[in-house]
Design a protein around this ligand. Structure first.
Ligand SMILES: Nc1ncnc2c1ncn2[C@@H]1O[C@H](COP(=O)(O)OP(=O)(O)OP(=O)(O)O)[C@@H](O)[C@H]1O
Ligand SMILES: [Mg+2]
Length: 285
């Protein structure tokens, strides 16, 4: 028989019904919540036979919810490697990565794909749309993977396409769309699951200046809605839209500047004395 706790004179405490601080309580003040992204001493080394490629070396980085971060650096500096780790598409060789306070290193493949689907929206330079599917079907895909029913899928995909100004092209296949339009469909596909984190690897790299402006406006709007945006770019004008610019060189962070407050509706105008983020075009081969 279990001992009666009252028998030793201890006053029995009623069972606690709720945790004192719920990690999922969205109304909790921001200071109680962990940063959305916390990278601690991350390195990534690719082993190519006898050659060790140090793509990332001891990278540590915190990103708050609502920030808009541009990652710059010359070709081969480790930008995509870092982005793939942030997006849980790749794992660090050493170090820890926590997303929303959860250590990604202890998650299994199912948890990771669930996390990617629920929290993260990806946009790539080459759009990565499925060729013989309509814009609508492309945008429905992540919802189909998440098991969302057909009618709901259609409604949400149509809404997402409307949000990027593509409502009048939902039946078009990628080959029937311009580069800028394809990228807007890719943005719609990234936001249709309502992710809190948008990761974009050179999203405007294949676009002309007009489409670049259109796509950047969409990113700014997503950020104003409270989403965290991290994008890789080689273009100074693209980085100028961000609130913070991080520069990588040879796998390490060599510069990290803030140009606007995290929670401001828009990035503040640049400090006249601060040098603008330099373009790395000249460093490209
Ligand atoms: N799968 C891989 N296997 C081996 N080496 C790799 C692999 N992926 C990347 N690397 C190497 O890691 C380094 C960083 O590559 P990464 O793709 O992160 O650069 P990047 O900054 O995105 O460059 P770019 O601006 O050209 O896209 C490079 O030296 C690259 O050759
Ligand atoms: Mg890259």
């Amino acid at each position: 028989m279990l001992p009666d706790p009252g028998a030793r004179g201890a006053r029995a405490r009623p069972p606690r019904r709720r945790p004192l601080i719920s990690r999922t309580d969205r109304s909790a003040p921001a200071f109680r919540r962990p940063p959305l992204i916390a990278v601690h001493g991350v390195a990534k080394t690719y082993e190519l036979g006898p050659i060790h490629v140090h793509a990332l070396r001891d990278v540590s980085l915190l990103i708050e919810r609502g920030d808009f971060v541009a990652i710059m650096g010359s070709s081969g500096s480790g930008k995509s490697t870092l982005m793939n780790i942030l997006g849980c598409l790749d794992v660090p060789s050493t170090g820890r990565y926590l997303i929303d306070g959860t250590d990604v290193g202890v998650m299994d493949e199912d948890d990771l794909s669930d996390l990617r689907n629920r929290k993260i929206g990806f946009i790539f330079q080459s759009f990565n749309l499925v060729a013989r599917m309509s814009a609508l079907a492309n945008v429905e895909l992540p919802l189909a993977y998440a098991g969302v029913g057909r009618a709901d899928r259609r409604r949400r995909a149509t809404e997402a396409l409307g949000a990027v100004g593509m409502a009048n092209r939902i039946g078009h296949q990628p080959s029937e769309l311009s580069g800028g339009q394809q990228q807007r469909v890719a943005v719609a596909r990234a936001i249709v699951t309502n992710p809190s984190l948008i990761l974009a690897d050179e999203p405007t790299g294949n676009l002309d200046s007009h489409s670049t402006r259109e796509v950047l406006l969409i990113f700014s709007r997503l950020n104003e809605e409270g989403r965290t945006v991290v994008l890789i770019t080689h273009e100074a004008d693209v980085a100028a839209q961000a609130k913070r610019v991080i520069r990588l060189s040879d796998g390490a962070i060599v510069d990290d500047r803030r140009y606007g407050p995290v929670r401001a509706a828009r990035a503040a105008p640049r400090d006249r004395d601060a040098p603008p983020p330099a373009s790395t075009e000249e460093a490209r081969p």
